[in-house]
Structures are given as C-alpha cells and as structure tokens.
Design a protein around this ligand. Sequence first.
Ligand SMILES: NC(=O)c1ccc[n+]([C@@H]2O[C@H](COP(=O)([O-])OP(=O)(O)OC[C@H]3O[C@@H](n4cnc5c(N)ncnc54)[C@H](O)[C@@H]3O)[C@@H](O)[C@H]2O)c1
Length: 356
Amino acid sequence: MAPLRIASIPGDGIGPEVVSATIQVLQQLSKTLGTFEIDFTHVPWGTDYYKKNGRYIPDDALTTLRQFDAVLFGAVGAPDVPDHVSLWGLLLAIRGPLQLYANVRPVRTFPGTKSPLDTAKKGIDWMLVRENSEGEYSGQGGRSHVGQQWEAATEVAMFTRVGIERIIRFAFETAQSRPKKQLTVVTKSNSMRNGMVLWDEIAASVAKEFPDVTWDKMLVDAMTVRMVMKPQSLDTIVGTNLHMDILSDLAAALAGSIGIAPSSNLDPTRKNPSMFEPVHGSAFDITGKGIANPVGTFWSAAEMLSWLGEKDASNKLLVCIEEVCAAGFVTADLGGSCNTQQVVDAVCAEIQKLGT
Ligand SMILES: NC(=O)c1ccc[n+]([C@@H]2O[C@H](COP(=O)([O-])OP(=O)(O)OC[C@H]3O[C@@H](n4cnc5c(N)ncnc54)[C@H](O)[C@@H]3O)[C@@H](O)[C@H]2O)c1
C-alpha cells in the first residue's frame, strides 16, 4: 500500500499545536483502520524561518510541494511581522502559484456546538465556495508619493473570464452534488459595475449547463442579512476572494465557533497538490496555552482524506469527531473545559473503538 505523502506546514501561532494534534489523530486512524498509510514530512516555513532567512519560503518551494499528494497547513502570522508580509510571504505564495483556485469551506452546526441564532433552530448546513486565485487579492496596485501628505495607494481587483468561469462551474458542480441542489451567487454588481457584472453574466451563462440546480444571486451586503435572518434558505454559496473571506468567518461564527471551521484549497484539475487548513489564523491570544480547538484542523484533514480517495476513512473520522463533541469533550471556545490534548485523546479513543 503506497502511503499518502503529506507535507505538513504548521507555520505560526497555534498552527503547530493544531497540526501536531491532527497528525496524532490521523496516525491513530491509519493504525486502527489499516486501510491507508500516511507519511508526514515536516516543512518548517513560517515566521521563524523568515527571521532566519529573510523570506517565508525558499526558491524551490513549489517544486518541493509538488512531490507530495497534499499539504496540511496550520496558520501564518506573528505579532511582530506585518500581516500583509506574512500572508503574502507564505500562504498566498502557495495558493496562487499552485492555482489552488477553489477554496471550499463547509459550515455545519456540529453536535456540541450552539449557533447563536434563534433563526437557525434546525442548525446550519452550508457549503461556501470562495474564488481563491485572483479578484481583490490579485496583488495588483501600488503606492506613490510614499511618505508625503498626498501619498496615494491603489488596490486593484482583477477578475478574469477564465478565473470566474472555472469557479462558477465548480460551484454549480458542488451544488449539484448536494441534496438541495441550490446555489447562491454573491456579488456587488450594483456599485462595482465592471468585474462584478462580469461575474453575474458568467453565472447566468454557466447556469444553463446545470438545469437541475436552482440558483439565485445576492448582493454581498444583503447576503449578511439573509445569513442571519433566513439561514435555512441557503445551501451552496459562491463569491469572490474578499467577499467569501469575510462571509466565511461570519458563517463560522453563526455555526458556533471559528475553531471548528475547515477549509480546502483545491486544484480541481489535480495537477498540483491541494492544501487543507483550518479557517482560523495564528490566534496570538491563546498561542502556547495548549487550549486551541483542534477540530477545524481535524475536519480539514477529513476533507483531505476524502480528496485523496479515502472517503470511508474521512467519514469515520468525522463521525468520531462528532461523537467527541457531542459528549462534551470540547475546548473553551465551545463552552467546554478541555485542553487541546484532551480533545486529541478523546478522538483517538473514539477511533480505537472502530477497531473493536
Ligand atoms: N489562514 C491563515 O493562516 C490566517 C487566517 C486568518 C488570520 N491569519 C493571521 O493570524 C493572525 C491573527 O489573526 P486574527 O486575530 O484576525 O484571527 P484568528 O483566527 O487568529 O483569531 C481570532 C479569534 O478567534 C480565536 N480562535 C481562532 N482559532 C481558534 C481555535 N482554534 N481555538 C480557539 N479559539 C480560536 C482567537 O483566540 C481569537 O480570539 C494575523 O497575523 C492574521 O493575519 C492567518
């Protein structure tokens, strides 16, 4: 059996804590099920690496990553480095060049998790699809008259027909694979009359290929209201890099905690390894305390197993995580009193039961 080759990039802050927790759980799953083998290679990129080498990743970083089946990522960002330097230095230096253009973020009310919404009595079950390679995060723009009173900066959002079409098609396919077969396309095409109008036009055109998917479109501001007031009216949601970055944090909070939110950075063409990471960042306020919620990374790892063809192992891992959460073994952000290792131990014990 060829092992799954995983590059693990723990990164900064609580990243190493949640990645190490997840490696323990995946190794236990592999040992108990015996249906797959998994090998982790530690890749030390992050702010410590940056401070020693003056850069977040080496020249041959993409070649290195292409040797693996997938990447498990923790978080990037440190209090003493500007966020745009760390984010562009590491995460965005991987997502864009590897063309991981589909950022998929399932959002579901987990057992043991409480939505703060009265309107979500039946819980939340959404699939968020974020364009992950261009748009507002294309890095286009610049600064002039630096240091002068009249200093100016531009931040240009770049939308391409290829970029929009491939993410909209991916979102329709995702919606089609879910029971509700329903998609909402989020834009801001009233005030942004170029790129966002192109999104609307392409959505209408691609929709014709998916007659079995019901779709509608929403302006991003109205979408925040709908997510809060009528959460049950939504299923799959697609939008731009910036819009879905913001909406997915809102979604995670509405489902109960950012600590459980997973994400997959996919290259749907499978030419490059895809990267799996929790939605949360470095969480400076709890770094080193051993109390970070590892569930977002566990769930991301389950998505990784599924992407790599290990669907049964993925489903079993998710069930074990849900059992543990339902039994109240949760961290403080979910109202519990467990530390990270106690959650790991509880999930490993639940996995061991699969083998009995
Ligand atoms: N994908 C990434 O690597 C990523 C994502 C977001 C932010 N960041 C970076 O992380 C740093 C901090 O950003 P931020 O404070 O805006 O967002 P954050 O997600 O790091 O933290 C926001 C809040 O959520 C809490 N939180 C986050 N993850 C948690 C977990 N697993 N368990 C329990 N509580 C958790 C934190 O304690 C904090 O109070 C910045 O440098 C930012 O650029 C990185």
